[in-house]
Design a protein. Structure first.
Length: 400
């Protein structure tokens, strides 16, 4: 691997594709996950990104809607975030004492999100969700946890029978999204052993008020902790995520991805009395307090407030989602529906045509995820969205 003066990376070593089991360390970036396979002419690896554009190792430029799997809301290499990160790098990155920026950022988050009374920083969403579960178990003295949605790859969140996951460590139960009656039955069946219910507030559609009320009332009734998984939604549907948009009353929230605009940072926070349990168990990470991601998150939140980023995401995302709905109606033999919400959406297609759509879009310069979700950013504008919809229309026409 060489590093050109531009700061991007290039590689011509074919052996690189065999050194990492499964092609890449991030499962959702595999060629088969993105495009259904490794067909010729499709991008495999990237060398740099800026705004809403990505360049692959052959130098081709793409307009991107995958946006680091939703981790980037301001656009790649946002100048204010880059300046803050460079300054933190120059300051030494990490040291033997907790950095001042840790307390500054914690105070800022608590001011912006009143439902977060205290918090801990971690590096990844999966890690922060595991911390939330441990805090809930410590607080309640119970073990069982029920999930709804995708909460990462760690043992507690995987269904029984997952290879490598001990049966006793797997998630205790799963409730369906937006189904109050079935959810109530699963929660009540857990009885006095239930420590927590963790749920994603958006799963291909908005949550109903009845379902949200059921989760809140049933967890209170059971004496369990309600954990809102805001890893995808924080800093995107609102600065305070779905908790802010839908006026939720969580006990704990977990945030990640967009809060640091692609730098590795996650947060577990919530009610102060519950968060105190973090001091009665062991939750710690050497790099949870490195300077760079904390500084990047502080700069990201500053931009989000100053430039009203989530309003922009709703407006531009609404243009995209409206266009997808029109495409779904026009290509009804191929497209099942436009799903999700404006800030995070997709097209559901029949059989394996979603892979053909993603591949066809990539060959025309658009990186489009064939499953949940596609994301707009502050760097996307109306001309970019309109051009993208035209490309998707062209590809779908060929699939009809």
């Amino acid at each position: 691997m060489t590093r050109p003066a531009s700061g991007s990376f290039t590689s011509s070593d074919p052996a690189m594709s065999t050194r990492i089991p499964g092609f890449t360390s991030t499962g959702s970036k595999r060629p088969d996950a993105l495009f259904g396979g490794e067909e010729a002419g499709l991008p495999r690896r990237m060398v740099r990104a800026s705004g809403c554009h990505v360049w692959d190792e052959a130098g081709a430029r793409y307009t991107d809607y995958i946006m680091g799997l939703g981790a980037v809301a301001l656009g790649y290499a946002h100048p204010a975030v880059s300046v803050a990160a460079h300054a933190a790098t120059d300051a030494g990155v990490v040291g033997p004492l907790p950095p001042v920026i840790e307390e500054i950022l914690a105070e800022r988050i608590c001011r912006l999100m009143p439902h977060v009374e205290s918090l801990r920083f971690l590096k990844t969403g999966a890690e922060a969700m595991a911390a939330a579960v441990r805090i809930a178990r410590t607080h309640t003295g119970r073990e069982h946890v029920i999930g709804c949605g995708y909460h990462g790859w760690l043992d507690w969140s995987q269904p029984a029978g997952t290879p490598g996951v001990p049966a006793g460590a797997a998630v205790s139960g799963i409730i369906p999204f937006n189904d109050p009656e079935r959810g109530r039955a699963v929660i009540r069946a857990a009885g006095n052993s239930l420590a927590a219910v963790a749920f994603e507030p958006v799963v291909l559609e908005e949550p109903s008020g009845e379902w949200l009320e059921m989760l809140r009332s049933e967890t209170r009734r059971a004496g369990a902790v309600l954990i809102v998984d805001e890893i995808k939604t924080a800093g995107r549907v609102a600065i305070g995520g779905a908790t802010e948009r839908y006026a939720l009353e969580p006990d704990l929230v977990v945030m990640g991805k967009a809060i640091a605009n692609g730098f590795p940072l996650a947060v577990v926070g919530g009610r102060q009395d519950i968060m105190r349990a973090a001091t009665r168990t062991w939750i710690s990470s050497t790099l949870a307090t490195e300077f760079v991601s904390l500084a990047a998150a502080d700069a990201t939140l500053d931009v989000m407030v100053r430039e009203e980023v989530t309003a922009h995401l709703g407006r531009i995302g609404g243009r995209l989602y409206g266009g997808l709905s029109e495409l779904a109606a026009r290509h009804h033999r191929t497209v099942v529906r436009a799903a999700g919400i404006p800030e995070m959406c997709l097209l559901e297609l029949n059989d394996r045509r979603s892979a053909l759509l993603a591949g066809g879009a990539a060959r025309r310069g658009i990186l489009w995820k064939r499953s949940a979700y596609n994301f707009v950013s502050l760097a996307h504008d109306e001309p970019a969205v309109d051009a993208t919809l035209a490309v998707l229309d062209e590809v779908l026409t060929g699939l009809d």
